[in-house]
Design a protein around this ligand. Structure first.
Ligand SMILES: Nc1nc2c(c(=O)[nH]1)N[C@H]1C(S)=C(S)[C@@H](COP(=O)(O)O)O[C@H]1N2
Ligand SMILES: [Mo]
Length: 260
């Protein structure tokens, strides 16, 4: 197969290739296009993949994979599953990763947590309100989709305790939780099941010290059943809703659930 010849040709001419055709007939129908793409491989394959019509800005072959992963990660998810806990000696500082929504200097004077419910009802909490909830510590792994991970010792309040004490009425019957930075520059969406998981913490300390601004002071999320992208730093607002909340990285084509 000569790739130079295929660069300008459509998938039609790729699948007319005898070798591919022969294989195509041996396969159940849904996989033959994938086989075509795989066999074309190299630049031609890549070119074909990246020039497909975009659905929601994501080329459809990628989109199919994403949807598949999303379905899978939702199915595999079990509310009672606990993420592994580690020894304190293994905890360390994760590399500062992602500064979206942290552009402005943190102003603790004006910081507060705004909670919004479905009927647009709002309430406001202070950091003292969160610190007044039962103090919980856990040593879990922060896993970034970029491929690195770090064991971190987190201290904070369980999201479920926060909800029960401060947002029970606003949360009643809602399916999702949205969280965003005060400037709305970074935001995540969570299914209620994951938010209510016993290891989902609203944290104010990392490795025994108050959070630094780069790691999300004054309040960030630690949610070890999800990848790092969902562990939002500097939370300014929490929304309880029945519509799937917007999510910074899902908008870029990442799996909305981002579980692992
Ligand atoms: N506000 C905000 N939170 C964020 C991000 C970001 O860009 N902005 N990046 C996320 C990503 S991709 C990771 S891996 C973790 C990293 O947390 P750390 O910087 O404390 O190590 O933060 C997450 N939370
Ligand atoms: Mo990340």
């Amino acid at each position: 197969m000569r790739l130079e010849l295929m660069e300008d040709k459509s998938i039609q001419s790729i699948i007319e290739n005898d070798e591919v055709e022969a294989r195509m007939h041996q396969m159940p129908r849904p996989s033959f296009l994938w086989a075509g793409a795989a066999i074309a491989s190299g630049y031609a394959g890549w070119h074909w993949l990246t020039t497909r019509e975009a659905a929601d800005g994501v080329q459809w072959p990628f989109r199919r994979t994403l949807e598949l992963n999303e379905g899978l990660s939702k199915k595999i998810y079990i509310a009672s599953r606990l993420s592994p806990q580690f020894d304190k000696s293994e905890a360390g500082e994760p590399k500062t990763n992602g500064m979206e929504g942290l552009g402005e200097a943190l102003d603790m004077e004006s910081w507060h947590l705004t909670i919004t419910g479905p009927g647009d009802q709002k309430s406001q909490l202070s950091l003292a309100d969160i610190k007044g909830l039962p103090r919980v510590e856990m040593i879990t792994e922060l896993k970034c989709i970029e491929g690195w991970s770090q064991v971190v010792h987190w201290t904070g309040a369980k999201f479920s305790d926060f909800l029960a004490k401060h947002a029970r009425d606003l949360a009643s019957g809602t399916k999702y939780v949205g969280m965003s930075t005060p400037d709305d520059g970074y935001y995540v969406g969570l299914d209620m099941e994951s938010a209510m998981h016993p290891q989902t913490l609203l944290c104010y300390e990392m490795n025994g010290e108050p959070l630094t601004p780069d790691h999300g002071a004054p309040l960030r999320l630690a949610i070890p059943v999800k990848y790092g992208i969902k562990n939002i730093k500097r939370i300014g607002a929490i929304t309880l809703t029945n519509e799937r909340p917007k999510d910074f990285w899902a908008e870029q084509g990442y799996d909305w659930y981002a579980g692992h």
